[in-house]
Design a protein around this ligand. Structure first.
Ligand code: AMP
Length: 218
């Protein structure tokens, strides 16, 4: 089974994906995490990607397809949860092609939050440098300031969480990712969820949707 979590920056995709991975034992493809790993390498590609991410700009489809193909190759015979991919219609086509022989896209969950909520969340978000866990200083703080509850790693504020980069990322979402949501809505595989509910309530809702899908007769 292949599931996409889609929504604007700050909608809770990463937080929910990690819960689902734990619950269902799926492989987790987070393009943001994969790209941030790339930026830690001191290579021309790593530096180019870092520059784009800091500005809130999208990385080219060519690079994204390579990362995707590599991930699929390493996770054969596994259900995959996609977080951050596809972000533009051309990537939805790439994904369709790459998943054609391994079950296609079974379900797309749209975590819907308002623009104001996204801006508010992103301004107070901190991330674990080691495992990528996401916290919010106000609504979901770590037990110990600046330390990850899960792995003890150091928490940091992302470089692309400046007002300017946040603006660009949200602009990209409304211009380029919303058509992807409509693409999946037309295909009848989209489930829309209120992303402003408490984290636990959303997790319970997602688990219910996925369990139902998994037990549906083919
Ligand atoms: P995220 O962690 O999902 O918010 O992604 C962080 C940044 O990585 C984005 O703002 C983009 O610069 C880049 N990125 C992530 N996923 C994609 C994608 N599917 N296509 C292009 N760029 C991406």
């Amino acid at each position: 089974m292949n599931i996409i979590l889609i929504g604007s920056a700050g909608s809770g995709k990463g937080t929910q994906a990690r819960q689902l991975v734990k619950k269902f034992g799926m492989a987790y493809f987070s393009t943001g995490d994969q790209l941030r790993l790339l930026t830690r390498k001191n290579t021309p590609l790593g530096r180019e990607v870092a520059k784009k991410i800091s500005a809130g700009e999208l990385i080219s489809d060519e690079i994204m397809e390579k990362i995707l193909a590599d991930f699929i190759d390493k996770n054969q015979n596994q259900s995959i949860i996609f977080d951050g991919f596809p972000r533009v219609l051309s990537q939805a086509e790439i994904l369709k092609k790459r998943l054609a022989n391994i079950g296609g896209v079974n379900l797309v969950i749209f975590l819907n939050i308002s623009k104001q909520e996204a801006v508010k969340r992103l301004a107070s978000r901190v991330i674990c440098r080691q495992c990528g866990a996401v916290y919010n200083k106000n609504t979901n703080p770590p037990r110990q300031a600046n330390i990850c509850d899960r792995c003890g790693g150091k928490l940091y504020q992302r470089e692309d969480e400046t007002p300017q980069a946040i603006g660009k990322r949200l602009e990209n979402f409304y211009e380029k990712t919303e058509p992807v949501i409509e693409f999946y809505r037309h295909q009848g595989v989209l489930e829309e969820v209120d992303g402003e509910k408490p984290i636990k309530a959303i997790s319970a809702e997602l688990i219910k949707i996925i369990t139902l899908l998994d037990t549906e007769p083919n």
